[in-house]
Ligand binder design. Structure first.
Ligand code: SAH
Length: 201
């Protein structure tokens, strides 16, 4: 696996305080998916950060791979897995080039990654996901929503943008309003989000 140079992302994990999204527990939206039995089979967490959602899936029996461009995040995810006695693979890799991984999965999860990409990379990302997700496999994606006021944080995504991004070769099954939990930013601990359930054709 080739290590990409993304020092800006790694820096968000080497600062003294955890990044806003690095909350030290899985996102409640993904806990609900796990409770519904949806985080199953061979599962990829694309842009897994320090691995909480990936480790949640591993704890429920999924065969988990987590990838991220930030080596510090991957090192932390590996340490958490070993501390918790959980088995999961964590690798430094580029979510825009997943085809290089020689991996096929039944399920992909994305917690806060789709919204980091600009328009060009967005198309690349969706093609990259299609390269590792088997036909009829499920993608669960949570991103900042246009319902979130203000300008702090990543770009807001409209539901129609999600539908457009996944219009070719995918079936968007649901887009549900929910929240992303964050470490407090100006006293705010929840951000408006979309949770999309998308099936690969
Ligand atoms: N899913 C994690 C992290 C979300 S923050 C969580 O819910 O906590 C966005 C993550 O995407 C960061 O960890 C960042 O390092 C990662 N990232 C950004 N660009 C990436 C890329 N091209 N490939 C893989 N990971 C990327």
């Amino acid at each position: 696996m080739t290590e990409q140079a993304h020092p800006e992302w790694d820096a968000s994990y080497t600062a003294g305080t955890p990044a806003p999204w690095d909350i030290g527990r899985p996102q409640p939206a993904f806990v609900r998916l796990a409770d519904e039995g949806r985080l199953t089979g061979r599962l990829l967490d694309a842009g897994c950060g320090t691995g909480e959602n990936a480790l949640l899936a591993a704890s429920r029996g999924a065969d988990v791979t987590g990838i991220d461009v930030a080596p510090t995040a991957i090192a932390r995810a590996r340490a958490k897995a070993s501390e918790r006695g959980l088995t999961a693979r964590f690798e430094v890799a580029d979510a825009l080039d997943l085809g290089r991984l020689s991996l096929t999965v039944d399920t992909v999860i994305d917690s806060g990654v789709f919204h980091v990409f600009g328009d060009d990379d967005r198309a690349r990302y969706v093609a990259s996901l299609a390269a590792v997700l088997r036909p009829a496999g499920a993608c669960y994606l949570m991103c900042f929503s246009d319902r979130q006021p203000g300008t702090w944080g990543p770009r807001r995504v409209r539901a129609e943008e999600l539908r457009a991004a996944f219009s070719d070769g995918w079936a968007v099954q649901s887009i549900t309003a929910g929240t992303v939990e964050i470490n407090p930013v100006d006293g705010t601990t929840q951000v408006q989000a979309w949770l999309a359930a998308i099936r690969r054709n």
